[in-house]
Ligand binder design. Structure first.
Ligand code: PLP
Length: 348
């Protein structure tokens, strides 16, 4: 196997094994490795018809000291249970979840990119309702699967600022809907818009709140943060995913002399930020230099839609110093070059 780590993007690569378990008659089967990435399920599975699917995303990091670390995996285990509970799907315990993640990393260790290669290993645990059903009801039978693969930069830009566009004619999630749960269904409605946005030169879509369209919610696959002076500001909203990376930055920022605010954030406030960025496991901290408001961009031929306003972050062309400081502190803990003061990492 010869992989050029520097050429990796955020794409799927088949690796040696996936780890699977089946939940039936109230019990999980023992975790098993499969060298195939194909599974056989009932064609009438609830996952295929009614979106009975919840997932997670975390990474394994090869440290400067050669050790392999997972970042706060128990947080992912808890969030998967919370997501599963919302759609009535059984999810594994912390112990079972972490065991499966450690095992998938070990069985695919040659796919774990080296320290400072610019790539990491992404771990994708998920649960699916697999009982055959035709009515819209709970699935009594489910599968828990974990896959792992090497990945590169999410926006393909590394730490260079990219542009985002504000969603104008579609919503991601409703205030009393599923936005705060990591359910596959939340992403289905963002796929095409994301593709259209990319064709127009944007790395991602920023979603306003869907009730009033006055506040910033989050990006399609990451939380939003802005830096104003020495304050890290991130939106509070019932329809955004509680990001583990963002939660960690809120704890880390004060140790770097920054203040933090988590509150409703008016779209108009975007004009006052020195720095902006996307934060999450996949994107890590990705600077966003500019957010465009462009009504109707999602429509067929939307590239002709006119930009009616742009919000620029400070210099907009270069990553900001505070974002860089946060990035170095966070990745330093994940790579073992900074002291893990919060005891976040699990060494495999
Ligand atoms: C919609 C959305 N928001 C935020 C995040 C970031 O969450 P985390 O930091 O837990 O990866 C993700 C996933 O990575 C996401 O899909």
């Amino acid at each position: 196997m010869a992989l050029d780590w520097s050429k990796l993007s955020f794409n799927y690569t088949k690796t040696n094994t996936i780890i699977c378990s089946h939940f039936k008659d109230g019990e999980w089967s023992s975790l098993e490795s499969s060298t195939s990435d194909q599974i056989t399920i009932n064609a009438l599975s609830g996952a295929l018809h009614y979106g009975l699917e919840a997932f997670e995303g975390l990474k394994a990091y090869r440290g400067a000291d050669g050790k392999v670390r997972l970042f706060r995996p128990e947080e992912n285990a808890r969030r998967l249970r919370r997501s599963g509970a919302y759609i009535g799907l059984e999810a594994p315990s912390d112990t079972m979840f972490i065991e499966a993640c450690c095992r998938v990393v070990k069985e695919n260790i040659e796919y774990l990119p080296p320290y400072e290669s610019g790539a990491t290993m992404y771990i994708r645990p998920f649960i699916i309702g697999v009982g055959g059903q035709i009515g819209v009801h709970l699935s009594g039978e489910s599968m828990f699967i974990v896959a792992a693969m090497p990945i590169g930069s999410y926006f393909g830009k590394g730490f260079e600022p990219s542009r985002a566009v504000l969603a104008s004619e579609h919503d991601r999630a409703a205030p009393m809907g599923t936005g705060s749960y990591k359910l596959g269904g939340n992403y289905a409605g963002t796929v095409l818009a994301g593709e259209i946005a990319k064709r127009q030169g944007y790395s991602t879509v920023l979603y306003p709140d869907s009730a009033e369209r006055r506040y910033v919610d989050e990006f399609s696959s990451a939380n939003f943060f802005g830096i104003k002076g020495d304050t890290y500001i991130t939106p509070e909203s019932p329809s955004i995913l509680p990001s583990i990376t963002n939660k960690s930055l809120l704890e880390l920022a004060p140790t770097l002399g920054l203040k933090t605010e988590r509150r409703e954030l008016l779209i108009e406030e975007l004009s006052g930020f020195d720095e902006m960025g996307a934060v999450g496991t996949a994107v890590v901290i990705s600077p966003i230099g500019r957010v465009d408001v462009k009504p109707g961009w999602e429509r067929e031929g939307g590239c002709e839609a006119e930009i009616i306003k742009s919000y620029f972050a400070g210099e907009s062309l270069a990553a900001g110093a505070v974002s860089l400081k946060l990035y170095n502190a966070l990745t330093g803990i994940q790579n073992g070059t900074e002291k893990d003061i919060f005891n976040w990492c699990l060494t495999i």
